[in-house]
Design a protein around this ligand. Sequence first.
Ligand SMILES: [Zn+2]
Length: 741
Amino acid sequence: MLNRRAFLKTSAAALPLAATLDPVFAVTPVQTSGSAPTLTPLPLRLAPEDSSRLSWQQKVRRVGQSNMTEHDPAVMNIEEWAEYWHSAGTDVVFVSVTGILAFYPSKVKFHRLGKFLNNRDFFGECTAAAKKRGMRVVARMSPDLNWGDALEAHPEWAMRNKDGSVQFNGEEPRLFKTCMFSTYMDDYVPAVMREVTSLYDVDCFYTNGWPPIGMLPECHCAICSKLPAPGTPAYWHTFNDRLFELWNKYDTIAKDKKPDSFYFANLGGNVHASANLDRLGKLAVWFQGDNQGRTNDDPAVWGATLQARVCNAVLDGKFAANITAAYSTGIVRWRNASKNPAEAQMWMNETLAGGLALYYHFIGSEAGLGEDRRWQKVGSDYFQWAAKHDAHLKPRRSIANIGVVIGQGTQLLYKGPTTAPTHSYMRETTHGLYETLLRGRYTFDYVHEDRLDPEHLSKYRVLLLPNIAMLSDSQCQQIHDYVHSGGSLMASFETSLYDENLNPRSDFGLTDLLGINKAGDVVGTNGNAYYARIEHPNATPPHPILDGFSNTNWLPGSQNRIPLKPVPNPILTVVPGFVQYPPELAYPPISHTDEPAVVLRETGSSRIAFFPGDIERTYWLTGHGDLLRLMHNTLRWLTHDARPVHVEGDGFVEMFAWETSPGYAIHLLNYTNPNAQHSWMQSTYSLGPQNVSLKLPSGVKAKSVELLRSEQLVPSRLQGDTLHFTIPRVDDYEIAAITIA
Ligand SMILES: [Zn+2]
């Protein structure tokens, strides 16, 4: 067998190009220690895809939108608009019908005509210009707001505050917010849709602005006052029932004249989406990831890939697009000015890497097609490049052996522990684990909490439960079954301490499985956080989860923890937190306890690790390398250090591995950048060689490996049934497309 050093030498020799590259940004990964992982063979390939069975939208790869303003009928050059999107290689464009302002001579009462419409049929002209060029048209509506005359005639349409006053739009107070439980949604919205289907040949309908993204509405109108209290599990169920009732109603109208038409809504919010993602995945045929760019509030660069992983968890191969705002997103917005090209490009890179269709979006067409026209070349260059590689960029299924549970109920309804209640608690937990997995270069999928059955879990060697506080008895049973069939598990903190209705349990729902018992309420931090004492610091060899720690008896714990009853032979025990200032008092009054700081179990090939602290979130808050190493070591132990794909090299990257129709695609997103977790990308810091190895399924041979961004072939080598090749350089993004014989 070729050792690692010899392999590196061989690949460098096979690639003279790599040796001549400029020295590039070199980063020493924090976590690497120990040997290279074992490769598990890729699964047997899926049967070839029958493209005649795909719906039209499943063939869409590029979506374009110049979001139309009231002024556009006066200033937009329709031919220039249609030509731009068509020449970029766009399959489908959004054209505004709206609901707030009509872009055609609507006769529906309260569908106010735009003041620059001047009797023109702007919607019809745009639709005709798109259709003439072979692009499909999405009729875009906005059911979320309407004007004072509608409010006067229908006071029951408005969302209300607790005191009964009307909720108005914050920027344009003449517009009131419409309530999704009112007849506005049952009568007015369908009337506009029916008028559009009677007048135009559109391909499907979309509503912007509803449902709300990442949160639940709060309304106190006469109808809503009779519903369960906002923000409660019972309200969430009612919200979902109403959402899907309306979705079905609108879908039926869309299909009235055209059976292959459909309805879809504004979605996004990744793991804390408002609509139940399991139900949505069964109903939606187009997931609209309205997740357009990052903000100060949510600064991690991987916003689009996180959304993509969520879509892949629930869509079963149906269509999803993630929107890239070409305009300036964030806390200070310029919706009519281009954003940094490096940032817009990274968002599109992430969209493709995550397996979603590209969607590029700008607002307003002042001066023909925008006062600021810089966004246009960024989008068309990207679209045109992607169009050359559609076959390799469209995924069939992910290659991953780690499943991360989406606790959607917990994300939406749980407010954090009593010691640290914050709106962003679960978001920080999510990002902490996400970064951990990226830094370990793991391939992983999300798994929805309502899909914990054997069919969805069998591909994963390990399931991760990052503080999934709310779990029903039946979900706990499914997790039991998964472990008893040989799966491994990592869980943390308040996982299973609440049922699906947010009722606290007296002990963990997973007590028996995890081998733990609660010994008290959550302990937070006041001063020094708690430490984890290494019980046998001189053990040789150390326990695998302690690999690489030397010259210390203590490791950092977490900000918050659930005290556990003692367990036999603990690896780490809690040193309770104490004063950090003044330093005179910064020493532990109690230096040694029998309270476990991690609980490990092993039965057959199944391994379990439970951290009583909120370790993922504490890592996100601090970036402490010990926490990262501890989680990486634990993941290696849980998976028996087996991976389906191994990519070795410097840099902070996110990777995806896909089975595709021509073969396989390994995507590397280069986040090695001072702006990876703050503001926007300004430029790219290239990475040097990345050595890829994977074990092809038996009987499958690789014909070629092509790098799609740098558009070059690279040599590959078969060692036994393991395929090795080197990506000599990664700028912002690279895809190694493996074509099989
Ligand atoms: Zn209401």
